[in-house]
Design a protein around this ligand. Structure first.
Ligand code: NAP
Length: 329
């Protein structure tokens, strides 16, 4: 396993990590979660990702039970939670979501209880909150760090401008600013990492814990001939994902990428994940899996990176047609 420093911090994250969105509680039980986290940890994965909103808090509870059962040395792994959406879904009352000081502090305390840990290594603002001044959120995160309840804080799906505003506030008041962002990044979703954030990487510095490296499974080729039974796009409540990704033009590209991966003697999943971590601005790619076979295949992407030479990367750009156009100076 390779480890990368998270932006300008001293914290090292395994370049592949493991997350629980959709899968924990909705698709897999405690036994399989225990097995998958065990395989990941034994392969060198040191970061496990979670959020208050996943399965309405049940995902954190499941991960908490696994962590308690495993009894791994607390210093050997990094665990995250994210605040913003609340965990009560439609039942959320006004202060039970968002990035106010009240919800940030309460969400942190609740995540600690659900995960059975004394502190969160990473605590992320799951989305920007247009109704809370960024200054209030920066102060709240700083206080949580001072209290020892979190070690680092960051953002998810914030714009470069919002991230820089958080840094401006932190600088102004001598507070600890955000150190990582969690954006979507995969062959089909490239703009933030490859364009919008370049100035942030080059100035204040920023780690990235990227999500959906396989575009929710699309980049395995599993949806090329319809929706396989039990897979994510077919789950109740996930029609929006199917609507986002299952279009003829996208599926044709996936097909072409699958054929190309075969010429490299690797699966499309391995090629797609390797492609993500090939980018040095990616600190870690968070994997998702609902079976042992999936996870083992995805972990093999570490060995696939060396196959992605300049010519192969160019081919992927051409087949996908998604390379962002940067302004010329
Ligand atoms: N910050 C955010 O807003 C945000 C948003 C989304 C995710 N995340 C984080 O990122 C993590 C990873 O995201 P993700 O789960 O969307 O990652 P992903 O790798 O794009 O998708 C994972 C899913 O694809 C399918 N799959 C994976 N490997 C496969 C294989 N080898 N063959 C066939 N199918 C395979 C599985 O679903 P099925 O078996 O059901 O098909 C699996 O659960 C999440 O767990 C979460 O921690 C964060």
């Amino acid at each position: 396993m390779e480890y990368r420093r998270m932006g300008k911090t001293g914290l090292q994250l395994s370049v592949l990590s493991f997350g629980s969105w959709v899968s924990f509680h909705k698709q897999i039980n405690d036994g399989l979660a225990d097995e998958l986290m065990g395989i990941a940890y034994d392969s060198g994965v040191n970061f496990f990702d979670n959020a208050e909103v996943y399965a309405n808090g049940e995902s954190e509870k499941m991960m908490g039970r696994v962590l308690k059962n495993k009894n791994w040395d607390r210093s050997s792994y990094v665990v995250s939670s994210k605040v913003f959406f609340g965990w009560r879904g439609k039942e959320n009352k006004p202060n039970q979501k968002g990035l106010s000081r009240k919800h940030v502090v309460e969400a942190c305390n609740e995540a600690l209880q659900r995960l059975h840990v004394d502190y969160l290594d990473l605590f992320l603002c799951h989305r920007p909150d247009k109704n809370t001044p960024i200054e209030e959120t920066v102060w709240a995160m700083h206080h949580l760090i001072q209290q020892g309840k979190i070690l680092y804080w960051g953002t998810s799906e914030w714009s470069g401008v919002e991230i820089m505003e958080a840094h401006r506030v932190a600088n102004q008041f001598n507070l600890i600013g955000p150190t990582m962002e969690q954006p979507q990044y995969n062959i089909f979703e490239r703009n933030k990492i490859e364009k919008d954030f370049l100035m942030v990487f080059n100035t204040v510095g920023m780690g990235t814990t990227i999500w959906s490296p396989l575009a929710s499974g699309l980049l395995t080729g599993k949806y090329n001939n319809g929706i396989p039974e039990g897979s994510r796009f077919g789950l109740k409540g996930f029609d929006w994902l199917k609507d986002q990704w299952m279009h003829d033009d996208i599926l044709k590209k996936v097909q072409a990428l699958s054929t190309f991966a075969k010429t490299l003697n690797i699966s499309l999943a391995e090629m797609s994940i390797a492609w993500c971590i090939k980018n040095p601005n990616v600190t870690t790619a968070i994997l998702g899996a609902t079976s042992k076979e999936q996870l083992l295949q995805n972990l093999k992407s570490l060995d696939a990176v060396e196959k992605l030479n300049a010519e192969v990367m160019k081919q992927i750009d051409e087949l996908s047609g998604t390379k962002p156009i940067l302004p010329e100076y």
